[in-house]
Design a protein around this ligand. Structure first.
Ligand code: ZN
Length: 265
């Protein structure tokens, strides 16, 4: 029986944990890729503390200089992490989707956000209170290791973007952005406007429109009412710089180093 209101999608009377060699009762699964990497027992501990919440377009999950009350494991939809650069429009740092975690500062022992994270594509997420997450990290080395691995991937991602934006052509960067966004969202559809992409790449919209038009004529991408669809990933990779591979490898690499102990307060 599935409980639609339960965050854990608890299945009762259909599951024998002992038969499957689990120490704890079955607590459900998550569509978030980071959560799904955890062992059954670690997932169970985490999911027990989470609730499923909708992500509504425009919703701000956290803002600059405000306390982080919750962390999120995105299950569907997409979010954008932005920062400010003077009086200009907020600049996108990362596009987050079903492979991502929202709440990196908490893993580093910080309780106030340096950035804004807002919902761009409606969906849903597992939400956990910050103090509950920190308490779990202290007790669960596997969870700590997974989240520190994610922080490491975000650091590599950010530094590679800096290098990419200073060295590679608009066409290469646009191909890289589409590939990374498609990967993080877990979908060939990238439902963002030309203006949004131009902002993410810190270039003029007209330049993005011209480059997208060229890709479209080549049959590499398609255009939908909601945004862009990656039609030929192999050719898009050939158009991109190597940065897309470095970024995606960082996110897909399992964390093999022993976890560092951080003094969570
Ligand atoms: Zn690049």
């Amino acid at each position: 029986m599935e409980h639609s209101s339960s965050p854990l999608r608890l299945i009762e009377n259909e599951f024998n944990p002992k038969r499957l060699g689990l120490d704890e009762p079955f607590c459900g699964t998550s569509r978030n890729e980071l959560v799904s990497r955890l062992s059954a027992s670690s997932q169970c501990r985490l999911l027990k503390s989470c609730e499923t919440v909708p992500l509504n377009k425009g919703q701000i999950l956290y803002d600059r200089g405000t306390p982080l009350r919750h962390a999120y494991f995105i299950e569907s939809g997409g979010c954008s992490v932005t920062t400010r650069a003077g009086d200009c429009l907020p600049v996108e740092i990362h596009t987050l989707g079903m492979k991502d975690f929202v709440g990196v500062p908490l893993v580093l022992g910080m309780h106030v956000s340096p950035h804004r994270c807002s919902v761009r594509v409606p969906g849903q997420a597992l939400r956990i209170q910050s103090d509950q997450l920190i308490s779990l990290i202290k007790k669960d080395v596997e969870l700590e290791k997974m989240l520190l691995g994610y922080v490491q991937a975000i650091l590599i991602h950010s530094s590679q973007l800096s290098a990419c934006n200073s060295r590679h052509t608009l066409h290469q960067r646009l191909a890289r952005w589409l590939l990374v966004a498609s990967d993080r969202l877990g979908s060939r559809e990238v439902p963002f406007t030309h203006s949004y992409i131009a902002n993410a790449l810190a270039v003029r919209r007209a330049g993005v429109t011209v480059a997208l038009g060229s890709m479209m004529r080549d049959g590499v991408i398609g255009c939908r009412r909601a945004g862009i669809v990656v039609m030929d990933e192999a050719r898009l990779k050939a158009m991109s710089c190597d940065c897309q591979g470095i970024i995606l490898s960082a996110h897909n690499r399992p964390c093999a180093v022993p976890p560092l102990r951080i003094a969570y307060s």
